[in-house]
Design a protein around this ligand. Structure first.
Ligand SMILES: C[S@@+](CC[C@H](N)C(=O)[O-])C[C@H]1O[C@@H](n2cnc3c(N)ncnc32)[C@H](O)[C@@H]1O
Length: 208
C-alpha cells in the first residue's frame, strides 16, 4: 500500500470511529475492521496467493479497500456482498482509486444476503472468504461457508473475541470440519482463521 493510500484509509477509519461514536444504534454504525486486523488479513491474502476473494459485510468499504490493495499483488478480485446498498462504499472506493489507480476494477459489489450469495457459488471456488456481517446468521448459512473453500483456501471471521457468545455456534460447526486447520488470533476484535488442507492428507479428507 502506498503512503498516500495509507493516509486515505487511516483517515477513513478515523472518520468511521467518530461516526460510530455519535450513533447509538449499532446497525447504523460502520463498525470497520480494526486496522491491525486489516493488515493481518491483507498479509494472509497475499501469502495464500488468494485470487478469488469474497467478503460478506461491506459497510462503507473500509475493509474492501484493504483487500483491493492486497489482491493487486495476487492479480485477484473481490466480490463484496452487503444486504444494504453500496453507495458509500462505491464512493470511498472511487476516492481510493483516485489515490492508487487500479483498485476499483478489482472489486465487484453485490447487494444480497450473504448466505444467499454463498449458496449460489460453486464448490471449492473461493480462495479467501471473509465474514464480517451479522454473526448470529452464519450457522444458518451452513454448509456454504466451508463448501465454497478450495483446497488451500482461508476462511476468516472477525469479532470472535469481542462477541464470543454470538460466534460460539459457528466455531462449533467449524470444529467438526477435520480438514480445517484453525487458529484464533488476538488481534483487533479477534480474528478466527481456518485453512482448508483438504486433499493434503488423503482423498477422503474433504470439507462439507
Ligand atoms: C461490521 S459491518 C462490515 C464492516 C466492513 N467489513 C469494514 O470493516 O469496513 C457489517 C455489515 O454487514 C452487513 N450485513 C448484515 N447482515 C448481512 C447479511 N445477512 N448479508 C450481507 N450483509 C449483511 C451490514 O449491512 C453491515 O454493512
Amino acid at each position: 500500500m502506498n503512503t498516500q493510500l495509507r493516509g486515505f484509509i487511516d483517515a477513513l477509519y478515523a472518520d468511521g470511529v467518530a461516526h460510530d461514536a455519535s450513533h447509538p444504534d449499532r446497525l447504523l454504525r460502520r463498525r470497520n475492521l480494526e486496522p491491525a486486523t486489516a493488515e493481518l488479513l491483507s498479509f494472509i491474502l497475499r501469502t495464500a496467493g488468494a485470487r478469488h476473494v469474497v467478503e460478506i459485510g461491506t459497510a462503507n468499504g473500509y475493509s474492501t479497500i484493504w483487500l483491493a490493495d492486497a489482491v493487486a499483488d495476487t492479480d485477484g478480485h473481490i466480490v463484496s456482498v452487503d444486504a444494504a446498498t453500496h453507495d458509500e462504499a462505491r464512493e470511498n472506493l472511487a476516492r481510493a482509486d483516485g489515490v492508487q489507480p487500479g483498485l476499483a476494477e478489482r472489486v465487484e459489489f453485490r447487494q444480497q444476503d450473504g448466505g444467499a450469495h454463498l449458496a449460489q457459488l460453486a464448490d471449492h471456488s473461493v480462495d479467501l472468504l471473509f465474514l464480517d456481517a451479522e454473526r448470529v446468521e452464519y450457522p444458518g448459512w451452513w454448509p456454504h461457508p466451508v463448501r465454497v473453500l478450495r483446497p488451500g483456501a482461508v476462511l476468516a471471521v472477525d469479532n470472535v473475541l469481542s462477541h464470543a457468545d454470538e460466534v460460539a455456534p459457528l466455531l462449533s460447526l467449524l470444529a467438526q470440519e477435520a480438514a480445517l486447520v484453525q487458529a484464533t488470533v488476538a488481534v483487533g476484535k479477534g480474528l478466527h482463521l481456518a485453512w482448508n488442507r483438504a486433499g493434503k492428507h488423503g482423498p477422503d479428507e474433504r470439507v462439507a
